[in-house]
Design a protein around this ligand. Structure first.
Ligand code: G3P
Length: 223
């Protein structure tokens, strides 16, 4: 399973890259707007940190404008993946850009039918949003499970990118569902490392080790 970081923060991307677990980055207009930086400059900076796929979202409701933006985004970085919404205009734009060899991430996916549409136009990624469905008392992860099953039934090559993940259990559930990728906010990525028994176990190992060193030192000075 691949791990993408769901962020526009260069600091977070650098940290995850240094951990050695970063396979790519997803951005969206809300995440980019938090950074207060020119869109192109930000994406180019991200591309200087990771060679993995970087999802860059279009910001129009019209297919023609999405296509124009997408064509520009792929000139910013060779690893840019163009994000379009799962609307009729978004799917139309995905179909046009796909024929030009531009890799597409169909985002804002909330139903298996939307995921099916994304696969039919040859999207590279499909992004079912788990947390936002949970927020309205629906089972967000079921869309991931259904999408994985439908894609397997027909041999669709579109990769399932579980998005809007809000806590570590979402990552486990997405992995169990067979999602190809989890895009994870930085705070959740940090939580993946955490286990209280790891902390206390490591503390005890180091304390025992220090005790042994002190004992050996004492024996050495006695001789
Ligand atoms: O990048 C899209 C998605 O992951 C957004 O997550 O938490 O805003 O629903 P969230």
């Amino acid at each position: 399973m691949q791990f993408f970081l769901d962020t526009g923060s260069l600091e977070e991307i650098r940290t995850a890259q240094a951990w050695g677990i970063l396979d790519g980055v997803t951005t969206n207009p809300s995440l980019v707007s938090k950074e207060g930086m020119d869109h192109k400059a930000l994406i180019r900076e991200i591309a200087s940190i990771t060679s993995g796929p970087i999802s860059v979202e279009t910001t129009s409701e019209r297919a023609e404008e999405m296509v124009a933006q997408g064509r520009e985004y792929v000139t910013w970085a060779p690893n840019a993946i163009v994000k379009v919404p799962a609307t009729a205009e978004g799917i139309k734009a995905a179909s046009i850009m796909g024929k030009e060899g531009i890799r597409i991430n169909v985002t804002l996916v909330f139903s298996p039918n939307q995921a099916l549409l994304a696969a039919k136009v040859g999207a590279y990624f499909v992004s079912p949003f788990v947390g936002r469905l949970d927020d309205i008392s629906e089972d967000g992860m079921q869309v991931v499970r259904d999408t994985v099953q439908i894609y397997r039934n027909f041999g669709f090559r579109t990769k399932v990118l579980a998005a809007s993940l809000r806590h570590p259990i979402h990552v486990v559930e997405a992995a169990k569902a067979g999602a190809d990728i989890a895009t994870i906010p930085f705070k959740v990525m940090e939580q993946l490392f955490k286990h209280p028994l790891t902390d206390t176990g490591q503390e005890r190992f180091l304390a025992d080790w220090r005790k042994l060193q002190a004992e050996l030192e004492r024996k050495k000075t006695k001789v």
